[in-house]
Write a protein that binds this ligand. Structure first.
Ligand code: ASP
Length: 437
């Protein structure tokens, strides 16, 4: 179906993002009058941005639960579920390990933090311990699925939805009614997501303008080496590693993939939360990249929860930076420990803004670096958080495509069609979408 609306909307979102950056920087430079701050920055922009993020978050739990149940029940072969799970877990861990290795290597070459004057930043940071991995595993099973949904605990929701979906499949003719119901419900909920998509240019504009208005670019200067090293590492991952993996493992055109990433990238950048971006990620992966619901409904929420390549990269560069500032020499084994800890820590990192700093305490602790070092980088973290969230979400989409291709659950025609996935086409999805993959 021709879909001019989709590209039009994407263009509007990108323009809104750029306009927000420009206006935000101008507001910050000029120093706003009290009434501008009150009425515009803390008034209109704050309300529009917050309502937009709240609307996105509103969709996450119902969408993940319904979509995952619909996805599992549409699998004709339950063994596929195990295969999809193992492949995506392996790829998520592998991409994270590659990401930290790149980050550490680049930081090793650039050496951010050498000669840094620690007195130039006044922020303070008190560490909050990250949960141990054993607890993460235990907590995956919800004692109360309703509470899990109320709290938005993604791993618990995934576990319950998977079990529920398998039970539906095994319940014969009665299960069939439930299967049809969830398939239809999924389309209805996606319809609501489309509404939010239409509001995206306004929401993105408000969020970005406010962030840049309150966060000037001056704070970047003393930390330029740290900032640029991490930005370079993130760019290598997004424009180098994922395209290469897509080409090598799935024979997919990386440029087409990157072009289709614009919507989720803009959402991830403006919200700094891969969790809040789930509705857009899922929509993009299914409707624009052609990944069947049976794969996407699992890989996307799972990725948003456990795959944090950008976050792990920040932890790698931050470790080297803090070691340099404090003049502590890291051994090769320390680097290996950072790769391992940052990879595992990303599993326990919630998909919300700034949480990567919390798990950074775990990584620093492992190699004996002072946790207070985090105070040095806190000032520039918001902007980097926005960028690493884009990386996190791009990784989720790339792995979803690779797993889908290997499971023959990727519609190549949709992937190749640059205008696939328009808002209009999406809400008129045929009933057969949930047929066996
Ligand atoms: N904001 C990141 C995300 O939601 C997590 C982090 O790095 O703090 O993906």
């Amino acid at each position: 179906m021709p879909a001019p609306g989709s590209r039009h909307l994407t263009r509007q979102i990108v323009i809104a993002m750029l306009a927000g950056i420009v206006l935000g920087v101008i507001l910050n430079r000029l120093g706003t009058a009290d009434w501008v701050q009150l009425v515009l920055v803390d008034g209109l922009l704050y309300v529009v941005g917050s309502v937009f993020v709240a609307a996105l978050k509103m969709m996450v739990v119902p969408l993940v639960f319904v979509s995952l149940v619909a996805g599992v029940t549409s699998l004709s072969d339950l063994n596929a579920l195990g295969r999809i799970g193992i492949k995506s877990l392996a790829l998520y861990l592998a991409t994270t390990a590659i990401a930290v290795t790149i980050a550490l290597t680049l930081a090793g070459i650039v050496g951010p933090g050498q000669g840094f004057n620690a007195g130039s930043t006044a922020a303070s940071f008190t560490g909050k311990p990250a949960p141990p991995l054993t607890q993460v595993l235990i907590d995956m099973v919800p004692t109360n699925p309703v509470a899990a949904m109320a709290e938005g605990n993604m791993l618990q929701i995934i576990v319950f939805a998977l079990l529920f979906g398998v039970a539906v499949t095994m319940s014969g003719a009665r299960g069939k009614h439930v299967l049809n119901f969830f398939g239809d419900l999924d389309v209805v909920i996606m319809h609501m997501v489309e509404w939010i998509m239409r509001l995206a240019p306004y929401g993105v504009f408000a969020l970005i303008t406010r962030t840049f208005a309150s966060q000037g670019l001056d704070i970047l200067l003393p930390l330029a080496a740290y900032f640029l090293t991490l930005t370079g590492a993130l760019a290598l991952q997004v424009f180098g590693v994922y395209p290469l993996l897509l080409k090598l493992l799935a024979s997919l055109n990386p440029l087409t993939f990157l072009r289709k990433m614009r919507d989720p990238a803009a959402f991830a950048f403006s919200t700094a939360s891969s969790g809040a971006t789930i509705p857009v990620t899922l929509r993009t992966v299914e409707y624009k990249m052609g990944v069947k619901n049976s794969v996407a409904s699992f890989t996307v929420p799972m990725g948003a929860t456990i795959n944090m390549d950008g976050t792990a990269m920040m932890q790698g560069v931050a470790t080297v930076f803090i070691a340099n500032v404090y003049g502590i020499h890291l051994e090769f084994t320390d680097y290996l420990l950072v790769v391992l800890t940052a990879t595992l820590a990303s599993i326990g990192t919630a998909a919300i803004p700034a949480v990567g700093l919390v798990t950074l305490t775990m990584v620093l602790g492992q190699v004996g670096l002072p946790v207070e070092g985090i105070a040095l980088i806190i000032g520039v973290d918001r902007l980097l958080d926005m960028m690493r969230t884009v990386t996190n979400v791009t990784g989720d989409c790339a792995v979803s495509c690779i797993v889908a291709k290997s499971e023959k659950a990727l519609d190549q025609a949709v992937f190749d069609d640059l205008s696939a996935g328009s808002v209009e086409a999406a809400t008129r999805r045929p009933l057969s979408t949930h047929s066996a993959s």
